[in-house]
Design a protein around this ligand. Structure first.
Ligand SMILES: Nc1nc2c(c(=O)[nH]1)N[C@H]1C(S)=C(S)[C@@H](COP(=O)(O)OP(=O)(O)OC[C@H]3O[C@@H](n4cnc5c(=O)[nH]c(N)nc54)[C@H](O)[C@@H]3O)O[C@H]1N2
Ligand SMILES: Nc1nc2c(c(=O)[nH]1)N[C@H]1C(S)=C(S)[C@@H](COP(=O)(O)OP(=O)(O)OC[C@H]3O[C@@H](n4cnc5c(=O)[nH]c(N)nc54)[C@H](O)[C@@H]3O)O[C@H]1N2
Ligand code: SF4
Ligand SMILES: [Mo]
Length: 909
């Protein structure tokens, strides 16, 4: 399809005006992997394409459902026209160059570095957001032809502990069950998983099962999240004590005779050692309760439920994985499923829910530095097999550097050229300050991204414009091993090209043309499928040999299927039904687990900082941050604190706080909430330098606490000190075009309909903001200033349209933003609006919506509270009937219930 830099793009154009085309593809956000149907309609008048997206009723992951992010997919297509700052052309040192020039430059710099310093002096840092075909060629180039293993992926920060846990327990990195198990289980335990926000469609399926058949849900999380809504129990355990809880459960199950002796005897090894370690760690209920900071009654109730319920699914995610004992915690969960024989059967099993859309695909092609392609390792047998299959002269013989060590090696100058694809490590890595220093020192930094201005892209010598979702073709693997097609339905913006093509072109220019002759994603997929089956004989779990010779046409129409799909066989929805595992002797392994103390000491007065996700943002916001709808739910970075901790530190709800750790500092808005346990705080991971003044959470977290087995850093348990931040002034700036404040203080930018809104605060002089390139000929600036009070308001008008406005107050009292935001969208200002402009509110205007709770119908917290009070609404259903809120994707229903709960409390007070 893309034969050279001048090749035509897929999709786009071609259809008659007014006609619409449907394309089946897969959502690019979370690992649920929902099928979507994208409809492109060409406007007959303008010839412009309009895209709408709906759930695919035929996709096994979602059967038509979508969450708030999936519903807003059409808003996060990154087109240049929407001010998203799309990277449109290759650049060297900030200057536009041709593809030919850029590809040659990357190839030459990598080849020269290798020639001078050896293959270990170069590295790729890639991502679970690449498609399998992109990932496959990147891994093949590094491990097969450059001959080193310095390719690691952001999955190191995400799933590495599960990978090792699976390998130790099951003998292969394979999730045993399928999503259908959520619907047939009688008990679902969510451990360190905020399913309601992070895997919302799976949560919808679970909630539907609960409504239909009374599935019990138990949440194990130090925080009260939306996943707790309607759950049967919430164990708010002390951070990092999950393995105590599960060791105690192992002891309990054994003592109560819940062992499946036949299964354990025939199909497992290591029960005694695991039990001995568990007994030492968690001998009795009292010890578990004390160490986990839970009551004995709640632990006992959980244990009893687990013991007496056969069909149990234990779901786990980052609360487990992102820990310096993540791997052991994973195995403590697998152990209880082995003891009870609850694996490989419907409605039961341990279930690692993966984060990124292709976290699993990356593991299948060997994207981690410590594995080879197709679930192979570094044994002589495996490297030899790979060398023969690839006809590769120097397959890497040993594992390479894992992410944290990789960036440290760059800092020390041992790695001198790095190519970063589809990830933003200057934000998402622990010790992001160190990562930035390392990138600043590195002689060659290549970044492939769709977006021009990312925090990582700022360090790039060479920027390569990648085609994004909607523009690229290939496959992804979701959490339950389903392989689905992503299909292009738009032409790439500018000169963007798919990642597989970019990598292949560089490989050819490095002298490996024969091995990188791929002409399409289908070509790559066929080779990947053939390798998975090559000398496999049922010994490697991952095998999709049935598709080794799939035709281009069949690849195009390939329906989602779960792997393995061996040649001559059927796709396999459930693994281990025959109780044969992937260790040499086909037995599963119990692993003895001993809980260690938290890796970092907590000084007096410090809080334990937990970090994670928000409902409507995706990671570093490069795409979801473009959507006004998605940005309205959590407009600013908020530090969640328990009322006791907030009071003790003199910080108030809605005020600002300075957060200081041994690694760095941040400023954030404070939200006081009893969802936190005293002594803990929570910050979302999403904000970047592109969106705030100083709230990159990765800068606060050191990179010292790393799981020794998996290399996964602990991102959830960092000691921090919280102090009030008292600004001299607060302000907001609203404009059509984005501006970037440079003052030393707080700011946070978000998308609003028609432009950008920035909240600011600081000490000392107020920054001199004005629309870019504004001069007297541009239009009129109108001012109001009350110097005595330190208040100032300016509006910039081009003709009768509002271009920008700045409101500054010394006493923190600023008008609501909603009415002004509305003026950006309109055609021009009416006289009354213009007169009211600097008051910030139209006479008689409706009250501000406030923060948006329901993003599908844009229902804000203020309207919600007013309607609940005025119409005496008492249920989420009644709110839905009155305001429509919560009636589309349902992601906000738990929050609506929380608002109702508070309303009732106020009523009773
Ligand atoms: N909206 C949204 N959804 C996403 C993403 C996104 O960016 N935005 N990202 C995707 C990706 S890549 C991933 S990996 C997944 C992550 O999905 P999740 O793992 O569900 O998300 P997190 O918010 O990182 O963390 C989950 C929970 O772990 C809890 N936790 C912290 N410490 C502990 C502990 O010691 N024990 C226990 N039991 N719990 C603890 C936190 O309080 C948090 O509620 O989400 C995916 N889905
Ligand atoms: N404090 C803290 N830190 C965390 C976590 C946490 O819970 N707490 N979670 C960790 C986890 S689980 C994860 S997965 C990471 C995620 O962290 P990152 O991977 O760094 O975050 P993203 O914003 O998803 O970065 C993806 C980048 O790829 C670009 N992109 C999108 N599509 C394409 C494409 O097709 N090709 C190319 N070349 N580029 C593309 C996007 O514009 C964006 O810049 O963060 C980790 N960091
Ligand atoms: S649940 Fe995940 S895959 Fe499904 S629509 Fe939402 S973000 Fe996309
Ligand atoms: Mo992740």
């Amino acid at each position: 399809m893309f034969d050279g830099p001048e090749g035509d793009g897929p999709g786009g154009g071609g259809s008659a005006p007014g006609a619409s085309r449907d394309t089946r593809t897969t959502c690019p956000y979370c690992g649920v992997g929902c099928g979507v149907i994208a409809t492109v309609t060409t406007d007959p008048a303008t010839g412009q394409d309009r895209v709408s997206v709906r759930g695919d009723a035929d996709h096994p992951a979602n059967r038509g459902r979508l969450c708030s992010k999936g519903s807003a997919l059409a808003d996060t297509l990154v087109r240049d026209v929407d001010g998203g700052g799309r990277l449109l052309h290759p650049e060297i040192d900030g200057h536009r160059v041709t593809w030919e020039r850029a590809l040659a430059e990357v190839a030459t710099r990598f080849a020269d570095t290798i020639a001078q310093h050896g293959p270990d002096s170069v590295a790729f840092y890639v991502s679970g957001q690449l498609l399998t075909e992109d990932y496959y060629v990147a891994n093949k180039l590094m491990k097969g032809f450059i001959g080193a293993s310095n390719i690691d992926t952001n999955s190191r920060l995400c799933m590495a502990s599960s990978v090792v846990g699976h390998k130790r327990g099951l003998g292969a990195d394979a999730v045993p069950g399928s999503y259908a198990d959520f619907e047939t289980a009688d008990l679902v335990v969510l451990v360190g998983s905020n399913l309601a926000w992070c895997h919302p469609v799976l949560n919808q399926r679970l909630r539907a099962a609960k409504a239909a058949r009374g599935t019990r849900i138990i949440v194990v999380d130090p925080r009260r999240t939306d996943s707790v809504d309607g759950a049967d129990a919430h164990l708010a355990l002390a951070a990092g004590t999950d393995s105590v809880l599960f060791n105690g459960l192992l002891v309990h199950l054994h003592a109560r005779g819940a062992t499946d002796a036949v299964f354990v005897g025939r199909h497992t090894d290591g029960e005694e050692e695991a039990l001995a370690a568990a007994r030492a760690d968690a001998p009795d209920l009292a010890t578990v309760a004390r160490r986990c900071k839970l009551s004995e009654a709640e632990v006992a109730a959980f244990y009893a439920d687990f013991e007496t319920t056969e069909k149990v699914v234990t779901v786990y995610s980052q609360g487990v994985n992102q820990s310096s004992q993540g791997t052991d915690t994973v195995n403590s969960i697998l152990n209880v499923h082995f003891l009870t024989g609850r694996i490989g059967r419907p409605g039961m099993g341990p279930f690692s829910v993966t984060g990124q859309p292709n976290a699993m695909g990356g593991r299948e092609v060997g994207g981690l530095a410590n594995q080879l392609a197709a679930h192979m390792g570094f044994s002589a047998e495996d490297t030899n097999r790979l060398a023969r299959f690839w006809n590769a002269p120097r397959v890497a013989a040993q594992p390479g550097l894992k992410a944290v060590d990789l960036f440290r090696a760059i800092e020390r100058g041992r790695v001198k050229a790095v190519w970063i694809m589809a990830t933003n490590p200057a934000v998402s890595m622990p010790d992001a300050g160190r990562v930035r220093r390392a990138l600043a020192l590195c002689p060659t930094v290549v970044v492939s991204d769709c977006i021009r201005d990312t925090d990582t892209g700022r360090f790039a010598h060479i920027r390569l414009p990648a085609a994004g979702w909607s523009e690229k073709d290939g496959t992804v693997t979701n959490s339950d091993r389903n392989i689905s097609r992503q299909r292009a339905f738009c032409a790439p913006e500018g000169e963007a090209r798919p990642d597989w093509w970019i990598i292949t072109q560089v490989a050819r220019r490095m002298g490996f043309a024969d091995a990188f002759g791929f002409a399409s994603p289908a070509d790559v997929f066929r080779e990947h499928a053939a390798l998975s089956a090559f000398e496999n004989d049922g010994r490697r779990a991952f095998d999709i040999g049935a598709l080794a010779a799939v035709s281009d046409a069949d690849f195009d129409t390939l329906a989602p299927f779960p792997w393995p799909w061996r040649a001559g066989g059927q796709p396999q929805e459930r693994l281990f039904t025959d109780h044969r595992f992937f260790h040499e002797d086909r037995r599963a392994r119990f692993i003895p687990v001993t809980t260690r103390p938290l890796p970092r000491s907590l000084p007096d007065g410090a809080l334990l900082l937990n970090t994670g996700r928000l409902r409507d943002q995706w990671h570093t916001m490069t795409r979801t941050g473009l959507s006004a709808r998605l940005s309205a739910h959590a407009p600013e970075p908020c530090l969640d604190l328990h009322p006791i901790d907030a009071a003790a530190r003199g910080v108030a709800d809605g005020g600002l706080a300075r957060i200081v750790s041994t690694a760095g500092e941040a400023l954030a808005r404070v939200r006081v909430t009893d969802a936190q346990v005293p002594g803990t705080a929570f910050l979302p991971m999403h904000w970047t330098d592109a969106f705030t003044g100083s709230c990159v959470i990765g800068r606060l977290i050191d990179d010292d606490a790393v799981d020794a087995l998996s290399g996964q850093p602990d991102l959830k348990r960092m000691p921090v000190t919280v102090l009030p931040y008292e600004p001299d002034w607060t302000a907001f700036w609203l404009s059509r075009q984005p501006v970037t404040p440079t003052h030393d203080g707080y700011w946070a930018r978000r998308a609003v309909p028609g432009g950008h809104l920035i909240e600011l605060a600081g000490r000392g002089p107020v920054p001199d903001l004005a629309p870019a390139g504004w001069d007297a000929a541009s239009g009129t600036a109108i001012n109001f200033s009350d110097a005595a009070r330190g208040n100032r308001r300016t509006a910039w008008l081009r003709g009768d349209r509002l271009d920008a406005c700045l409101f500054v107050a010394a006493d923190g009292r600023l008008p609501g933003r909603a009415w002004l935001v509305g003026l950006l969208e309109g055609d021009g200002l009416a006289d009354a609006d213009r007169a009211a402009l600097l008051a910030g509110r139209a006479p008689g205007a409706r009250a501000d919506e406030g923060r948006i709770v329901c993003s599908c119908f844009s229902v804000g917290i203020n309207r919600l509270i007013a309607a609940i009070g005025d119409q005496s609404l008492t249920s989420a259903e009644a709110v839905g009937a009155a305001l429509k809120a919560g009636t589309n994707c349902g992601s906000c229903v738990p929050e609506i219930k929380e608002v109702l709960r508070h309303a009732v409390q106020r009523e009773m007070a």
